[in-house]
Design a protein around this ligand. Structure first.
Ligand SMILES: [Zn+2]
Length: 138
């Protein structure tokens, strides 16, 4: 339905869906009018429930149909959530791919101990005796 904003005189349309949602809200909250917000000045234009009901014939049946579809969509969403844990089985494959990296990491510390200063100080002591004897023989 078409409305004229009472503040800035802008004409704007309310879709049937908007009107149904408005009627649903009024029914649920026991309201007698709906605030249609102007798209230009965003001010609320109060509309009587009676006017909305007359502008959307068969709204009660349409609302019941909307609620049925919403319940269906909710059930489908729940089913989609329940299917998700099955997809988690892909995780052990990722853990296997990590094992070659662990072997490489294990090799690196071994090479580091060879170059460590502790091993260098140990080696010269047996070798150092030989040159010492050599100098004595000369
Ligand atoms: Zn306006």
């Amino acid at each position: 339905m078409n409305l004229r904003c009472s503040y800035c005189q802008t004409m704007f349309a309310l879709s049937r869906e908007t009107m149904l949602i408005a009627l649903e809200q009024m029914e649920a909250e026991g309201l007698h009018h709906y605030d249609a917000h102007c798209p230009k000045c965003r001010r609320a234009n109060s509309m009587s429930r009676d006017r909305l009901e007359k502008a959307s014939p068969g709204w009660r049946e349409a609302l019941i149909e909307m609620q049925k579809q919403a319940a269906k969509a909710e059930k489908e969403q729940v089913a989609a959530v329940e299917e998700k844990p099955a997809k988690a089985s892909a995780k052990p494959v990722a853990a296997k791919a990590k094992s070659p990296a662990k072997i490489e990491a294990a090799k690196k510390p071994a090479a580091a101990t060879k170059a460590s200063p502790a091993s260098k100080t140990e080696k010269p002591s047996p070798k150092g005796k030989k040159p010492a004897t050599g100098t004595k023989s000369k």
